[in-house]
Design a protein around this ligand. Structure first.
Ligand SMILES: *[C@@H]1O[C@H](CO)[C@@H](O)[C@H](O)[C@H]1NC(C)=O
Ligand SMILES: *[C@@H]1O[C@H](CO)[C@@H](O)[C@H](O)[C@H]1NC(C)=O
Ligand SMILES: *[C@@H]1O[C@H](CO)[C@@H](O)[C@H](O)[C@H]1NC(C)=O
Ligand SMILES: *[C@@H]1O[C@H](CO)[C@@H](O)[C@H](O)[C@H]1NC(C)=O
Ligand SMILES: *[C@@H]1O[C@H](CO)[C@@H](O)[C@H](O)[C@H]1NC(C)=O
Ligand SMILES: *[C@@H]1O[C@H](CO)[C@@H](O)[C@H](O)[C@H]1NC(C)=O
Ligand SMILES: *[C@@H]1O[C@H](CO)[C@@H](O)[C@H](O)[C@H]1NC(C)=O
Ligand SMILES: *[C@@H]1O[C@H](CO)[C@@H](O)[C@H](O)[C@H]1NC(C)=O
Ligand SMILES: *[C@@H]1O[C@H](CO)[C@@H](O)[C@H](O)[C@H]1NC(C)=O
Length: 893
């Protein structure tokens, strides 16, 4: 755990675990992750309607006529006409409340709010300056060696004849390693720009037919991982460098992409008959239901391979998956870390001593040789430089200042040093972990190095430091090389799908960048194209067809290399909820002579457990094989903190108490072409604290004498209906939630009237410690008597809000609570994170005194009733919801 934090510096995220956010800083607007008045409507294919019932109107015309007949004013952003795949439209309503008219229109199958997706933030992205740049990792092909790609290249398998569609921020195809041009005959044979440079996910796209990436670089980096030509100055190559690529640009220079654009891009890639689609895109979701997740999953049924980033939210813990990677049949990709980290060495002068490694990929921009100055002569003073430095401090402008980490922020320490003229500082830290250093020229060194420097200073040794601008690159051995990158998002999805599916190298990857340059980046964004390239090698080598394409995920999963959770002997394997079925071994997948199906055995939670699972083993080889099967458990993920409702942050703690599996038959012989059904009975571990919602998982190994294959299994000890959804603590804001805040940002205490003018509106704030399939807010009578078997408490005179949780014994139905009208409905809601800046809470600003259907709420006094359905709960059963009743809210317009 201690050393594990080292790699956090690879992440461009603020580590703000357990930070308290001030509730008064909450903005008075809704932050639900969907565009409030934009919807994607799916309608029936004409082919799905019996000929006798077919209208002369198209399904689109029928829909629009229906809306017009109801006086609904709307604009059609897009019409989708992919018969057999997706027929529908993206519609903007003048009045979001008209969504009920949309849902009731003839032929409408589904209405989904338009979501925004971002590029999972890559990190420590920098441009290297040339072949001799000190920052280039040494064995640039190490990722290929670890996955067997190098051996396939040696066999001449390079992706030739395979078409890969990349949905990303565009590509600089003029890059010499990316073919140098665009169109037939080039590496980048086609594509489209759906958005233009200025698109940010919220404004109107400006499409054109040139998917050039001059500003973002993300898509250019991704493209190089798939297909950079070998023979470049850095001696790197893409996984499938002879594949034909098309780039569908859906990101502008910055910002996100909305679902409706993504759907357009996906459909074009489908029509262009790409064999493989890859998306290094994602947004926190937790469910498999978003339109892009559903659509990409359909592509797999149609014989496409789809690889999608698992997400970079690992530090927020389990049950925090990303869409569209959540798509049920797509390949959601986890990241493994490279074996070395390129850091910088400072040279020590004055005495003979080894160089000192500091935590930066590029050299500190400092010329010259400097003496050192320690702000404290003791190496145990915790608040070193937390206060202004004493008057006796000399001018520090020509020295490297050495400061111990701790007690206050590094920025405060550096500010105090700068007040005495300091220009360069090194902070020594037990954890050797990245931290916010503001804009100071400063870096982090290891504790032992800092202590040595301070000792030299105290002893009066004339030690100097130099920061070489070239040749100072040090391959710091990554103690976690080969492990799952700490940033990889954990599954499973709330509906218990197996996410991520597999892992590929994504930490510290050198690839192409715009303008002919190269650079290093980290993220599941970098792992995903590696998986796409791997799939291309499989399709080329095994002969592409629909059956094989559908089976690619199983091939990769069954041949994955199990990844441990740490480098410590005896520690369990990493939970499959973060490693998937392991690090890919493409060579083994290409040459597999044993086909195992299915490869994901989902036991589900205890209430829905299917302990008896089966799979088939096929001998696809030319000779008879003798199989031996055995169980290899992975660590059981303790997904929730004990005796708490809060998810356990990543790295999620693992228990070595694992499932028991009985396999039958566990030994058999198969002739060529023969297959055997195997039954596995899987029983979750006993004796674990159920308040931790332990997710157990592991592998069933299938050894054919020369090669080992496996299937993975996954289950929960406990039932999701028992998992509290709504945070009813003060841990995030310092005040209890849910709550209403008034126009001044104060928590509403007691009854209050709102004019709904000049910002005088109530804003409802809630947090979810778990996903919910349905969250509703209704307006209810101020004197409502809620069935007390539900909440066990009476409503008092109005001041105090209360929250109640389901009791399993309570009878009743949803209709039992008399509501005046619906204010908000929101399906498939993700849980929140502990990050005050991203997805830390939900807010709903009740901006106009209207119900969800647009009817005006009459002046009067009411309460807001928030209800959140527990996972696997029955939508129609009151007792499956958690309930919060607000203080009295008056409408006084
Ligand atoms: C639509 O508007 C027209 C004209 O304002 C009105 O006559 C008609 O009754 C309205 N229809 C519905 C369904 O509200
Ligand atoms: C629909 O388009 C019209 C004309 O372009 C515009 O005035 C109106 O604001 C749009 N409505 C919505 C809901 O976007
Ligand atoms: C960098 O410094 C470390 C620690 O002193 C040393 O082991 C390593 O050899 C140095 N690397 C280079 C390239 O100088
Ligand atoms: C260091 O010196 C080099 C060569 O003289 C110069 O190009 C560079 O700008 C200098 N860097 C700084 C930070 O002064
Ligand atoms: C710290 O050590 C230096 C070098 O020996 C000495 O000059 C200085 O007085 C010491 N500072 C304190 C506060 O003891
Ligand atoms: C797990 O069980 C729930 C409740 O029956 C169900 O909705 C969900 O689809 C199941 N998950 C899988 C992967 O089968
Ligand atoms: C499991 O872990 C516990 C504590 O971490 C340890 O005491 C125990 O020996 C381990 N059991 C096995 C079977 O490794
Ligand atoms: C395996 O089981 C499936 C479904 O239970 C069945 O359709 C299939 O015939 C069985 N295969 C063998 C080889 O027994
Ligand atoms: C809110 O307005 C109602 C009238 O609609 C009034 O009876 C009540 O006293 C007001 N409450 C507060 C707290 O001002």
């Amino acid at each position: 755990m201690k050393a594990r934090t080292l790699l956090i510096f690879l992440l461009d995220i603020q580590l703000v675990l357990a930070a308290i956010k001030s509730i008064s800083s909450v903005q008075h607007k809704s932050n639900l992750p969907t565009a409030s008045n934009r919807f994607i409507v799916e309608v029936e294919d004409t082919s799905q309607i019996p000929p006798s019932e077919r209208s002369t109107l198209s399904p689109h015309e029928l829909l629009f006529d229906h809306l017009k007949a109801r006086n609904v004013t709307f604009n059609v952003t897009k019409q989708y006409k992919a018969e057999g795949l997706f027929v529908g439209a993206s519609i903007t309503l003048d009045n979001p409340q008209d969504v009920s008219a949309l849902k009731s229109a003839p032929g409408v199958k589904d209405v989904r709010p338009v979501r925004q997706f971002s590029i999972p933030k890559p990190v420590s992205k920098y441009t290297v300056t040339g072949r001799n740049d000190p920052a280039i990792p040494p064995d640039t092909e190490g990722t290929h060696v670890a996955t067997g790609v190098d051996k396939l290249h040696a066999e001449g398998i390079t992706g030739k004849g395979i078409k890969i569609g990349i949905i990303d921020s565009g590509v600089d195809y003029t890059h010499p390693s990316l073919g140098g041009g665009f169109g037939p005959g080039f590496k980048i044979v086609g594509g489209y720009d759906f958005v233009g440079d200025d698109y940010d996910g919220t404004n109107t796209p400006a499409p054109d037919d040139d998917p050039m990436d001059k500003c973002s670089g993300h898509g250019t980096h991704v493209t190089g991982i798939i297909a950079a030509d070998p023979g470049n100055e850095f001696n790197i190559s893409g996984v499938a460098y002879e594949a034909s690529l098309s780039m569908y640009r859906v990101f502008g220079c910055s910002g996100s992409v909305a679902d409706d654009v993504l759907v357009d891009a996906l459909l074009m890639a489908f029509i262009d008959e790409q064999d493989i689609l890859t998306l290094s895109i994602g947004g926190t979701d937790g469910w498999t239901e978003s339109i892009s997740a559903v659509l990409t999953s359909r592509f797999v049924e149609q014989g496409k391979v789809v690889t999608i980033a698992a997400g970079n939210d690992g530090i927020w813990g389990s049950w925090y998956t990303s869409s569209p990677g959540n798509g049920i049949d797509v390949i959601s990709v986890a990241s493994t870390d490279n074996y070395v980290i390129p850091l910088q060495n400072a040279t020590v002068g004055g005495v003979k001593h080894d160089p000192i490694t500091y935590l930066d990929t590029l050299p500190l921009p400092v010329n010259g040789t400097f003496p050192i100055y320690a702000t404290s002569n003791s190496t145990t003073v915790e608040d070193d430089a937390c206060n202004p430095l004493p008057d006796s401090t000399p001018d520090l402008s020509d020295m490297v200042v050495i400061i111990r980490n701790g007690s206050c922020t590094a920025v405060q320490k550096l500010t105090n040093a700068a007040a005495k003229g300091a220009q360069v500082a090194l902070i020594y830290d037990e954890l050797f972990t990245s931290m916010d250093l503001g804009s100071f020229t400063a870096s982090i060194i290891q504790e032992a190095d800092g202590e040595w420097l301070v000792q030299q200073f105290v002893a009066g040794t004339p030690v100097t430091l130099t920061f070489p601008q070239h040749g100072g690159s040090a391959d710091f051995p990554n103690p976690f090389g080969g492990l799952i990158s700490i940033f990889t998002s954990y599954g499973p999805s709330n509906d218990f799908y197996f996410k991520p599916a597999i892992a590929t190298p994504g930490g510290n990857i050198l690839s192409t960048l715009p303008d002919g340059t190269f650079g290093v980046a980290s993220g599941t964004s970098m792992a995903t194209p590696f998986a796409a390239g791997s799939a291309a090698l499989i399709l080329q080598a095994r002969g592409k067809d629909v059956e094989l394409a559908r089976g690619v995920r199983s091939l990769l999963e069954s041949t994955g290399q199990k990844v441990p959770s740490t480098k410590i002997e005896g520690d369990p394997l990493q939970t499959v909820t973060q490693q998937g079925a392991g690090l890919v071994n493409v060579y083994d997948a290409v040459h597999a002579e044993t086909i195992v199906m299915p490869t994901e055995l989902i036991v589900n939670d205890t209430a829905h457990a299917e302990p008896k699972q089966s799979f088939s083993v096929l001998n696809a080889g030319k000779s008879s094989k003798e199989y031996i099967l055995s169980h290899v458990p992975a660590g059981t993920a303790l997904t929730v903190q004990a005796d708490s409702i809060a998810p356990a942050p990543g790295p999620v703690p693992l228990s070595n108490s694992t499932a028991t599996v009985s396999i039958s038959p566990s030994k058999f012989t198969l002739g060529p072409g023969d297959s055997q059904n195997v039954t596995a009975e899987i029983f979750g571990p006993t004796g674990l604290d159920r308040t931790t919602f332990p997710v157990y998982s592991g592998f069933i190994d299938i050894d054919d004498g020369s090669q080992s294959f496996h299937v993975v299994y996954l289950g929960l000890t406990g039932s999701l209906i028992d998992k509290q959804v709504i945070d009813d603590t003060d841990s995030f804001f310092g005040v209890n939630v849910p709550t209403i805040i008034d126009s001044e940002g104060n928590v509403q205490e007691g009854a209050m009237n709102y004019t709904f003018e000049g910002g005088d509106i109530p804003t409802l704030i809630w947090r979810q410690v778990f996903g919910s399939p349905r969250v509703v807010v209704d307006l209810v009578d101020r004197d409502i008597q809620i069935n007390t078997t539900l909440n066990g408490r009476d409503v008092d005179n109005g001041a105090r809000p209360f929250i109640s949780f389901p009791t399993s014994t309570a009878p009743g139905s949803f209709a039992q609570v008399e509501t005046i009208g619906s204010i908000l409905e929101y399906n498939f809601v993700s849980r929140n994170s502990d990050n005050p800046n991203v997805n830390g809470y939900y807010s709903f600003a009740w901006e106009t005194p209207t119900y969800a259907n647009g009817t005006v709420v009459e002046n009067g006094v009411y309460r807001l009733l928030l209800r959140a359905l527990r996972v696997t709960g029955d939508v129609a059963k009151e007792e499956d919801y958690e309930v919060y009743l607000s203080s009295i809210v008056g409408v006084d317009t």
